[in-house]
Design a protein around this ligand. Structure first.
Ligand code: F6P
Length: 319
């Protein structure tokens, strides 16, 4: 393999930049050229790509977002779109592609691989919702952002007798809410995988209130529904004063944590290794701190699961 491409696709995640850096430097280390594709699959179809060198990834390891930009492309989901993308890569002499993104991005990588163009997926999303890897790039940074927000809300909460609901992102996955709720000391964690009966949540709040608890924090994953609606229901049922904070896109920004930088560097480099060794249609991941790789089809057919032990522990610690 003489030349490969790299792109970031779907929702950006902190750590995508260190992943791009690792791909570029590892490839150059092995005398392989790298083309950076801008705006994900959209840019791929349009031939929006150029050669990257060691300097083009200098000073980005600490930066959030993605220097290659990202997009969600409807056109690329069509056969014609995928053919156009392959033609562009052939035209530029690219022999393999590394896709940094979430499951939607992997579906694109799978399609290209099926059409004969080798792709390797690197899991990058704050949602941590990909099977076959304990962590996705960006999750740790987003988690720390959420914890900081919870701590701040807690500061103001101690001055009032209120119930606070903090809505986190995560799409259909509850990981961000679960990890943040446990590490932020939330009274309740509401996630799509384990919806606790609403009455139980209310009963616990009222019990706490009767015990003299001044405030309570509920972390709710967006996959369950709107934090505002949940807050209204709580207020109606318990008569407790409620306030809602929807954290939104601040969870996607910020300088990647050390954890995410290391993960991104390891996964990015591993993806290059696989590609130059002739692999195709694989996803790299980390399990028990060891690098692994799986067939992308298998990954897409599996469901990511939350850590049950952690969920149970969170219940035990918030009685
Ligand atoms: O997948 C990352 C994520 O931030 C989800 O947590 C969220 O539901 C979604 O992307 C938002 O997507 P968009 O950037 O298209 O608004």
């Amino acid at each position: 393999v003489k030349r490969i491409g790299v792109l970031t696709s779907g929702g950006d995640a902190p750590g995508m930049n260190p992943a791009i850096r690792a791909v570029v430097r590892k490839a150059i280390y092995h005398d392989v050229e790298v083309y950076g594709v801008k705006y994900g699959y959209q840019g791929l179809m349009e031939g929006n790509m150029s050669k990257m060198d060691l300097g083009s990834v200098g000073d980005i390891i600490q930066r959030g977002g993605t220097i290659l930009y990202s997009a969600r492309s409807e056109e690329f989901k069509t056969d014609e779109g995928q053919q156009r993308a392959i033609e562009q890569m052939k035209k530029h002499g690219i022999e393999g592609l590394i896709v940094i993104g979430g499951d939607g991005s992997f579906r694109g990588a799978k399609k290209l691989t099926e059409k004969g163009f080798p792709c390797i997926g690197v899991p990058g999303t704050i949602d941590n919702d990909i099977a076959g890897t304990d962590f996705t790039i960006g999750f740790d940074t987003a988690l720390n952002t959420v914890i900081e927000a919870i701590d701040r809300v807690r500061d103001t909460a101690t001055s009032h007798e209120r119930t606070y609901i903090i809505e986190t992102m995560g799409r259909n996955a509850g990981d961000l809410a679960l990890w943040a709720g446990l590490s932020g000391g939330a009274e309740s964690i509401i996630i799509p995988e384990k919806e606790e009966p609403f009455q139980d949540v209310c009963d616990r709040l009222v019990r706490g209130h009767q015990r003299g608890k001044k405030h309570s924090i509920i972390v709710l994953a967006e996959g369950v529904g709107s934090g505002f609606e949940y807050g209204e229901r709580i207020k109606k049922e318990t008569n407790l004063e409620t306030r809602v904070t929807v954290l939104g896109y601040i969870q996607r920004g910020g300088s990647p944590t050390a954890q995410d930088r290391v993960l991104a560097s390891r996964l990015g480099a591993k993806a290059v290794e696989l590609l130059i060794n002739g692999n195709a249609g694989r996803m790299v991941g980390i399990q028990n701190n060891k690098l692994v790789d799986y067939d992308i089809n298998e990954i897409l057919s599996l469901k990511h699961h939350i850590n049950e032990d952690m969920y149970n522990l969170s219940k035990e610690l918030s009685i």
